[in-house]
Design a protein around this ligand. Structure first.
Ligand code: SF4
Length: 86
């Protein structure tokens, strides 16, 4: 990925956090909540979330969203039916 596309990452609040919080080997509700709390105070959360949705990042927490939450945002319930109808 081009560096200019993720340059904002240098200003991310997670930069000095434990990477396991954002890319855990064994995800847990506590780890997820702690990562999301860091994202909530991050000055580049909108850029981060937008990038992750656009790029289809399939792992980790980006912009305060888990991979499952990003999938639901990109493909809301019923999207297949509405795509087939058009
Ligand atoms: S929104 Fe979260 S994952 Fe994205 S840069 Fe900020 S702290 Fe890191």
């Amino acid at each position: 990925m081009p560096l200019e596309e993720i340059g904002w990452l240098r200003r991310g609040a997670c930069r000095s956090s434990d990477p396991d919080l954002f890319f855990p080997l064994a995800p847990s509700p506590l780890q997820e909540a702690r990562a999301k709390a860091i994202c909530a105070g991050c000055q580049v959360m909108e850029e981060c979330r937008s990038y992750a949705l656009r790029a289809g990042e399939s792992e980790g927490i980006w912009g305060g969203l888990t991979a499952v939450e990003r999938r639901r945002t990109r493909f809301p319930a019923g999207w297949r039916n509405s795509a087939a109808a058009s």
